[in-house]
Ligand binder design. Structure first.
Ligand code: DCB
Length: 511
């Protein structure tokens, strides 16, 4: 698809064309990108507004609701009575009434509205809405599209019409990829081509700001997680956000890994726990019994319907390569043990740091550990760190890992890390890197030094706007500002309000 779009745009782009038009409003659409002209044209016409933070997120997948509502606004149809709370429900109802799609493709209960739309359904909606009279030749299209046989029969007519009208060209291998997702940039190109064909020039309309709703339930509701585009999703493909607490080092605070704490956290609305098993500092390497402490904690969290992150917590050992063989043996065992367990997430190197790079140290380590996990039969989501205490997403973005269900961690401490790190995450997301905030604190980067709630709130807003999952450092009663519990908290009962620190109160109110 990409190549044919590039070829198509070659004809459209010329220097004078670019310079004669005012600058594009989106922060993340580069004038050198292949979709610049399309996105700019559509935004100039008022069809696209992008997101609250000024971004357009061209490389994110487009959901059924986003795609359909853009087409609805182009056609200037008015929203019907909403069938669900979903922001696009009114548009979806009128699209359905207009016969752009059928009831079973996007049920009015809204359960599929946030799923990435398939190419065959996007093309159907587009053709039904904008070019309903268009027809094509079955023989010509079916013999020129290599994967024609994988298109569902109900999409033949609209797909054939779209090919014949030159709206769809297929990828450089001649495939249509009917069941694959579309990026937001690709969707715009498709829509623009159909628009050019119709000659429609509709009234000024704007994409409404989309309140983001994410599923924040536990394992029984979401099942096995998978990564679609940059988004963590549940078993049926709906976006999911996990929010919870990281333990402190299990060698120091094993008591907070208990089931009573998992239960208390779940009751407060949290759906994930992270178990930090240090490798150094009297951690697993010198104290292998910590593995059992971790397993007990993980099993207790699963029993409380919470996702569990198994964190290989490298820190003073800087380079993940230091204990690579130990990591491989450990993750082999964990992957075999939990391969059929939908609630497990592996974090294979907490925070690489010191004199190392992504490409020479972290990436080769990750490749070996990931293949051990996959060979053991687990397709769980795997979280990978990066240099400088898991902040160099930019390095990873230049040289990403291959494979499915991989996310990149970014860790922040609100007293130290501010807008520059949020910008780095935005660029990483825009270049297609899935991001998971597996550790963050309200304090300074040393885990102490004050509670920075104003900056923490900026981070919470940013994470909410971007559908990012997170774990806060940490659930313990150590006398440091990042701790959620006051010193000398009784670890045997639940969590009462007066046991929470300033940080704990803030974080617990965000689940
Ligand atoms: C990370 C580590 C985590 C560490 C916290 C806070 O390190 F993943 O293990 O936790 O962030 O620094 C702290 C505990 C202390 C403990 C210490 C050593 O809160 O009680 O004594 O670990 O075990 C980071 C994160 C970011 C940066 C530096 C560190 N940074 N760091 O950006 O400079 O130096 O540990």
């Amino acid at each position: 698809m990409k190549n044919s779009i590039k070829k198509f745009l070659c004809g459209v782009l010329s220097a004078s064309f670019i310079f004669s038009v005012p600058c594009l409003a989106f922060t993340d659409v580069e004038s050198t990108s292949w979709y610049y002209s399309t996105v700019r044209n559509m935004s100039d016409k008022g069809y696209l507004k992008g997101y609250e933070d000024g971004s357009f997120r061209p490389k994110n997948t487009i959901s059924a609701a986003e795609f359909t509502s853009i087409v609805a606004r182009i056609k200037n149809i008015s929203p019907s009575a909403a069938t669900t709370e979903h922001w696009a429900s009114g548009y979806m109802a009128s699209a359905l009434e207009n016969g752009w799609y059928d009831w079973d493709e996007l049920p009015p209960t809204g359960e599929k509205y946030n799923e990435p739309i398939t190419r065959q359904l996007a093309v159907k909606i587009l053709m039904k809405a904008l070019l309903p009279e268009e027809r094509g030749d079955y023989g010509i299209v079916s013999s020129s599209v290599n994967d024609f046989s994988s298109i569902s029969g109900r999409y033949y007519d609209t797909t054939i019409a779209a090919y014949s009208a030159g709206i769809v060209k297929g990828d450089d291998k001649g495939n249509f990829n009917p069941s694959s997702a579309l990026t937001r940039a690709e969707a715009c190109t498709l829509i623009e081509k159909a628009l050019n064909k119709t000659g429609i020039s509709p009234a000024e309309i704007q994409e409404p700001i989309q309140p983001k709703t994410y599923n924040t339930n536990g394992i029984s509701a979401n099942g096995k997680l998978k990564v679609i585009g940059t988004q963590l999703c549940n078993e049926s493909g709906e976006p999911v956000v996990l929010r919870g607490m990281s333990t402190h080092g299990l060698q120091w605070f094993p008591q907070y890994a208990s089931e009573s704490y998992s239960k208390a956290l779940a009751q407060k609305g949290s759906n994930v726990r992270r178990f930090a098993m240090y490798t150094a500092e009297n951690g697993y390497i010198s104290n292998p019994s910590l593995k059992q402490t971790l397993i007990n904690g993980v099993d207790a969290a699963l029993a409380q319907d919470m996702y569990a992150i198994i964190d290989w917590h490298i820190l003073s050992d800087n380079d993940p390569m230091t204990y690579k063989e130990e990591a491989k043996a450990f993750f082999k065992e964990m992957a075999e043990k939990y391969k059929d367990e939908p609630g497990i997430i592996f974090e294979i190197c907490n925070e690489p740091n010191g004199n190392i790079t992504w490409s020479n140290n972290v990436k080769p380590y990750a490749e070996e550990v990931i293949s051990v996990i996959r060979e053991a039969g687990s397709d769980a989501v795997i979280l990978v760190g990066s240099p400088e205490w898991s902040q160099r997403l930019d390095e990873a973005a230049k040289d990403p890992l291959k494979g499915e269900n991989i996310m990149y961690t970014c860790h922040f401490y609100a007293g130290t890390h501010t807008q520059f790190l949020r910008d780095r995450i935005s660029s990483a997301l825009n270049s297609g890197l899935p991001v998971f905030i597996s550790e963050w604190g309200t304090s300074s980067a040393d885990g102490n030094g004050g509670t920075y709630l104003e900056e923490s709130q900026r981070w919470i807003d940013f994470m909410n706007n971007n559908g990012l999952s997170w774990c806060n450092w940490s659930l313990c009663d150590k006398n440091e500002s990042s701790a959620a519990l006051n010193p000398n908290t009784d670890p045997t009962d639940g969590i009462s309000e007066n046991e929470l620190t300033e940080s704990g109160k803030f974080v617990f109110s965000k689940f």
